[in-house]
Design a protein around this ligand. Structure first.
Ligand code: ARG
Length: 456
């Protein structure tokens, strides 16, 4: 039975089943993953109710103990259960009778689902950050190993300037750190407790929101009740957008690797375990993993758009439409986590083919270098530019330089951030300090929730 139903309510069973399936249907499969957070949120709420004298310490202890037992149990939800919040309360009432019915005092499923989601999201952010830092580490190691290995830089997909494998790989590592900076901003929003705002307008009890926030490991309680309710879906949009930036990097990296490992370039060899064969063409080693990383980015973009669209049509306050934010959130986060998880070992196994990289350094790649040489001889840049352009038009004008000349050209680009000075030491240090920061946050989160679960 639903917690909001009256016991003598007569109803058409067929219609009820239809409505149940429509309203709860797939959503309960996501709610199953929220069970532990729902229970922990409930324990914190019970402690808070005891603190303000709504529950006796005996009632509170019994409720907490029974709730903690649910942490050990696997719960399967069906549409008939409505959602995880109803299920947990019903289970408690089955075991404790009238006492179970006190659990929901001063709480709404609206703030409850927010608590569950914020805790779930924090855990997922830790997972994303760990994987993203692993990949940034792999890319930085790779960049350091090949810091001086020449690689043509392209613009408009055409050969442009001398560059290096170190700059290319270090660029992706730096980009991931940029994304993590944005993700930290979103994390700060999520790291505030929604518990205590009820349906979105507060409740007529002097709830100790500071206490429950602290018990749940939130940095602080979020303040305005309506703002908190309106943050449902909006924070999810921000979170998915932040991790979407990571997926964008991954997609671009995948595209580069697909192209640059193709025979026409041959710069890199993708480790064989990350390729798949063809059912008909025996020679094929297809970059399916990379193609799927790219393809899943399109799926993720769809989820981000879904969240935005859902919210942009809504008035303030809770509406059930918001339940539809769950699937894009869960599935979208999983795409990024899975893509990061394959990308890091793939980069670790990448092979660099220096001869193929060098073979793309035809003379015209050095046209800008040549123009700047003329500038050093005293020619204004625009004239030097024209002169080199004219030289390039002459047949056989641009001879392919020797490897040493190429390396010299790279070394000359020694300004910060250039191929001759890509700042990989600083990058590596930064990855280390970010890792410490995220690990400390995660450990605190786990410790706090373990303490809350440790009811006796
Ligand atoms: N399953 C619901 C959701 O995800 C829980 C909140 C239901 N609240 C309500 N007032 N019907 O949004």
């Amino acid at each position: 039975m639903k917690i909001w139903e009256l016991e003598d309510g007569s109803k058409d069973e067929e219609v009820s089943a239809l409505v149940e399936k429509f309203t709860a249907g797939e959503d309960v499969t996501y709610d199953e993953k929220l069970k532990d957070y729902d229970v922990l949120g409930s324990i914190a709420h019970v402690v808070g109710l005891e603190e303000i004298g709504v529950l006796t310490s005996e009632e509170s202890s019994t409720l907490q103990r029974e709730l903690a037992k649910l942490l050990e149990e696997e719960i399967e939800l069906t549409a008939g259960d409505e959602d995880v919040h109803t299920k947990v309360e019903n289970l408690l009432t089955q075991k404790l009778g009238d006492l179970g019915k006190k659990l929901h005092t001063g709480r709404s499923r609206n703030d409850q689902v927010l608590v569950d989601l914020r805790l779930f999201e924090k855990e997922k952010v830790f997972e994303v950050a760990t994987h993203a830092l692993d990949l940034a580490g792999s890319l930085t190691d790779f960049a350091r190993e090949h810091v001086h290995t020449p690689m043509v830089g392209y613009t408009h997909t055409r050969r442009a300037m001398p560059s290096s494998v170190g700059l290319w790989a270090g660029g992706y590592a730096e980009s991931l750190l940029d994304d993590l900076t944005a993700l930290e901003g979103t994390y700060e929003l999520i790291d505030r407790s929604p518990l205590g705002v009820g349906a979105g307008y507060g409740v007529p009890l002097s709830l100790d929101r500071e206490l429950t926030a602290e018990l749940l490991g939130f940095h602080q309680p979020a303040n305005n009740a309506i703002n908190i309710m309106n943050s449902r879906g909006k924070y999810e949009f921000e979170l998915l957008s932040a991790v979407g930036a990571i997926q964008l990097d991954l997609s671009r990296l995948a595209s580069d690797l697909i192209d640059f490992s193709e025979e026409a370039y041959g710069f890199f060899t993708v480790p064989e375990e990350f390729t798949t064969g063809s059912s008909i063409m025996p020679q094929k080693k297809n970059p399916d993993v990379l193609e799927l990383v790219r393809g899943k980015s399109a799926t993720l973009q769809g989820y981000i758009t879904t969240l935005y669209s859902l919210l942009s049509g809504l008035r303030s306050g809770y509406s059930r439409d918001l339940q539809e934010t769950k699937a894009p959130l869960f599935d979208g986060l999983q795409i990024v986590i899975d893509s990061l998880a394959v990308a890091s070992p793939l980069v670790d196994g990448l092979k660099v083919n220096e001869d193929d990289l060098l073979s793309h350094f035809t003379g015209e790649v050095f046209a800008t270098d040549r123009a700047l040489e003329l500038v050093q001889e005293g020619l204004p840049f625009r004239e030097a530019y024209r002169k080199v352009k004219e030289e390039l038009d002459e047949p056989h004008s641009s001879k392919t330089p020797e490897k040493e000349e190429i390396k010299d050209a790279l070394a000359k680009r020694d300004h910060p951030g250039g191929p001759g000075n890509p700042g990989l030491d600083t990058l590596q240090e930064e990855i280390g300090s970010r890792r410490e920061r995220w690990t400390a946050r995660e450990e605190k989160f786990r410790r706090t929730l373990a303490e809350l679960a440790d009811v006796n």
